[in-house]
Design a protein around this ligand. Structure first.
Ligand code: SF4
Length: 236
């Protein structure tokens, strides 16, 4: 397992050349031993993420934000992981650069058969990149579903509010009856009793303060943690 960090301006050692940064991962795991194999693997990794192999002798400050994140991706790939945690890998990048990194991750996922846990607040990117979505609120799972189902038929009040708040190109097309959330997120150190979403939920009822909603499969591969209408959908 490997991780791609959020901020490529903080996750690369400024005193190390790219060759050392990538080589360190290989050395630590005893991979690509011997000078020739090590150099070849570093060149291969840079090529894999769309950077020229001759960049290996540069320092991080000589790269743009998008290029730095590509180096972070190459470092994660160095040890041939089967699973990558990508922790908000786009949030520190300019919007114009984000699409390049998204396409790179998408391409690598398909080419290398990676499983990736992609953490993001960007609903459009999640829809584009992910096969399955887990919606969290205050660290608790609210809903799990295949991406297409979740975006077309969100069942949890929080997911519905999230999707309704997502910007649309033409605001005139927005439905007037979209559920809007009010108030602030409670402190994770002192979460509400029962359902953690209840202080902002437009559908909250008295029982929501008493009972922690269990995560229930309400349709095939579709899970929801909500006390209302939480009966399994009959299969037709
Ligand atoms: S359990 Fe209650 S408060 Fe929580 S999401 Fe469902 S209706 Fe809202």
């Amino acid at each position: 397992m490997q991780i791609i960090f959020q901020d490529p301006y903080a996750s690369l050692n400024p005193r190390m050349r790219i060759r050392q940064i990538l080589g360190e991962a290989l050395d630590t795991h005893g991979m690509a031993t011997g000078k020739a194999r090590r150099q070849a693997r570093i060149a291969e990794l840079l090529d894999l993420v769309g950077l020229r192999p001759e960049y290996a002798d540069r320092y991080p400050h000589e790269f743009s934000g998008g290029q730095r994140q590509r180096i972070g991706v190459a470092r994660a790939l160095a040890v041939e992981p089967g699973f990558i945690v990508a922790d908000e890998p786009l949030s520190a990048l300019d919007v114009s650069i984000q699409a390049q990194v998204v396409n790179l991750l998408c391409d690598l996922k398909d080419r290398l058969g990676l499983t990736m846990l992609f953490i993001s607040h960007d609903l459009d990117v999640v829809e584009f990149l992910c096969d399955r979505v887990i919606v969290l609120y205050l660290g608790k799972i609210m809903e799990i579903a295949p991406t297409e189902i979740l975006y077309r038929h969100p069942r949890h009040p929080y997911t519905q509010a999230l999707l309704a708040a997502s910007p649309v190109p033409d605001p005139a097309q927005r439905l007037d009856n979209r559920p809007l959330l009010t108030g602030d997120i409670p402190s994770p150190a002192n979460p509400p009793s029962g359902c953690v979403f209840r202080t902002r939920c437009p559908r909250a009822q008295a029982a929501c303060a008493q009972t922690i909603p269990p995560l229930i499969e309400v349709a095939p591969e579709h899970w929801k943690a909500c006390l209302r209408d939480n009966l399994p959908t009959p299969l037709t």
